[in-house]
Design a protein around this ligand. Structure first.
Ligand code: CAA
Length: 257
């Protein structure tokens, strides 16, 4: 893996860092492909239960897609770049482990879209989020026009699109764009605390539950309920279900692998 995406794991927690601090971690094709590769390795590594995704440096999570790389793209190249970003972000959204975005600064354009593809968003109080693409004569196309209205509602999403405003962390919290806001120096510690809580529970059950929520939101209610019942049934094929329910009835704490 190249240096533009760093990956390490400590125990069950994987750490992914977008590492182009001089360009405020802007996303070019190389970063996107490396991110996709990292997610695919993580999916196969059953030791990993949670991933924390952040940006290098003090200033930025990700300041968007790389404007220098996009400037002279043809319409077809731009469409393909959009498809690449959509595909990679979808792979994050549907990754087996829970992915926590540790938003350590600017999360703009493609950076805001990347954060939205993660399962849980924690922002430093210094973070600023937004989709300022209309200032560049384009609009967000790494699924931002799809995920943002789903997260914050159509009205606020359209306001963010049209005003290009950089939403401060507290406002992002109020509109539901992030789950938590914490002091900058506590960001990683807070995310690690969340990760530790998640690691105590059944990884398989979390993965099936995540799958049910992701897929269910795209189905009508009847199909979503059927899908949910099927996945619930599948949890009964796991050792975790026997251990979890057995432990409850034996009045002891469960031991999940
Ligand atoms: N692409 C490429 N380079 C970027 C970048 C981006 N998205 N964002 C920042 N950089 C580069 C700057 O060009 C600059 O490089 P040099 O030092 O070589 O000049 C370096 O990072 C530092 O940036 P600034 O000097 O601008 O830093 P600042 O503190 O003054 O401003 C900022 C920070 C407000 C984040 C500003 O950099 C900015 O507005 N960046 C662009 C944000 C943006 O428009 N994002 C959307 C991109 S389009 C997109 O994402 C489309 C999509 O959905 C597919």
């Amino acid at each position: 893996m190249s240096e533009c995406v760093l990956y390490e794991h400590r125990g069950p927690v994987g750490y992914l860092t977008i590492n182009r601090p001089k360009a405020l971690n802007a996303l070019n094709e190389e970063v996107l492909l490396n991110l996709e590769n990292a997610i695919s390795l993580i999916n196969e590594d059953k030791r990993i239960k949670v991933v924390i995704l952040t940006g290098s440096g003090e200033k930025s999570f990700v300041a968007g897609a790389d404007i220098a790389a996009m400037k002279d793209m043809s319409p077809v190249e731009a469409r393909d770049f959009s498809r690449l970003g959509q595909r990679v972000f979808r792979s994050i959204e549907t990754a087996r482990p829970i992915v926590i975005a540790a938003i350590n600064g600017y999360a703009l354009g493609g950076g805001c879209e990347l954060a939205m593809a993660c399962d849980i968003r924690v922002a430093s109080e210094k973070a600023k989020m937004g989709i300022p693409e209309v200032t560049l004569g384009v609009f967000p196309s790494f699924a931002g026009t799809q995920r943002l209205p789903r997260l914050v509602g159509l009205g606020y999403a359209k306001e963010m699109l049209a005003t290009a405003k950089k939403v401060p962390a507290e406002e992002a919290l109020r509109i539901g764009l992030v789950n938590h806001v914490v002091p900058a120096e506590q960001l990683m510690e807070y995310c690690e605390g969340l990760a530790a809580e998640i690691c105590q529970h059944s990884t398989a059950a979390i993965a099936y539950g995540k799958m049910s929520m992701n897929a269910g939101l795209e189905m009508d209610m009847d199909r979503a309920l059927e899908h949910e019942a099927t996945l619930f049934g599948l949890t009964f094929s796991t050792e975790d279900q026997r251990e979890g329910m057995g432990a409850f009835l034996e009045k002891r704490s469960p031991k999940f692998p």
